[in-house]
Design a protein around this ligand. Structure first.
Ligand code: FES
Ligand code: FES
Length: 159
């Protein structure tokens, strides 16, 4: 198996990482860079716990090879808070009680961030569609959807 040196921008910082040709982005983040905020729920593209942004688009990092990310810009859950201040979606998901075990939460936050960037005023249907790839076995989604609505509202007020 060949080893490759790749360059990625992660949460604004440049990283050069050595990865095997079959290393996934998820494994690179967790095992090579100790960025364990991104979760491994299924390693099969089913649960969305491993969702990160790659060049602004949400992807299941368990389904992307690290070598495919050479030159890409990545955002993980660790990149949401800025200067010690939680991102709006992190605050509202806490305020609305949209977290129970928390395993799905990093992926939900990243998918929400992508949604509110491309569509700042989503309907409930659009919110549910945006989160369709993020499975949560605890909350029943109602509070998560409320949190996304609240983040959209507060984002509008702040604009
Ligand atoms: S761990 Fe990637 S989709 Fe489940
Ligand atoms: S809070 Fe437990 S899986 Fe979503």
């Amino acid at each position: 198996m060949s080893i490759h040196k790749i360059n990625v921008k992660i949460n604004g910082g440049l990283e050069q990482v050595e990865v095997a040709s079959n290393t996934t982005l998820l494994t690179m983040l967790r095992d090579k860079l100790a960025m364990t905020g991104t979760k491994n729920g299924c390693a099969a593209g089913e649960c969305g716990a491993c969702t990160i942004l790659m060049n602004g688009e949400p992807v299941n990092s368990c389904m992307v090879l690290a070598v495919e990310a050479d030159g890409a810009e990545l955002v993980t859950v660790e990149g949401l808070a800025q200067e010690g201040e939680l991102d709006l979606v992190q605050k509202t998901i806490i305020d609305k009680g949209g977290v129970q075990c928390g395993f799905c939460t990093p992926g939900i936050l990243i998918s929400t961030k992508a949604l509110l960037t491309r569509n700042p005023h989503p309907t409930e249907v659009e919110i549910r569609e945006a989160l369709v790839g993020n499975l949560c076995r605890c909350t029943g989604y109602v509070r998560i959807v409320e949190a996304v609505k609240a983040a959209a509202e507060q984002q509008k007020e702040a604009a």
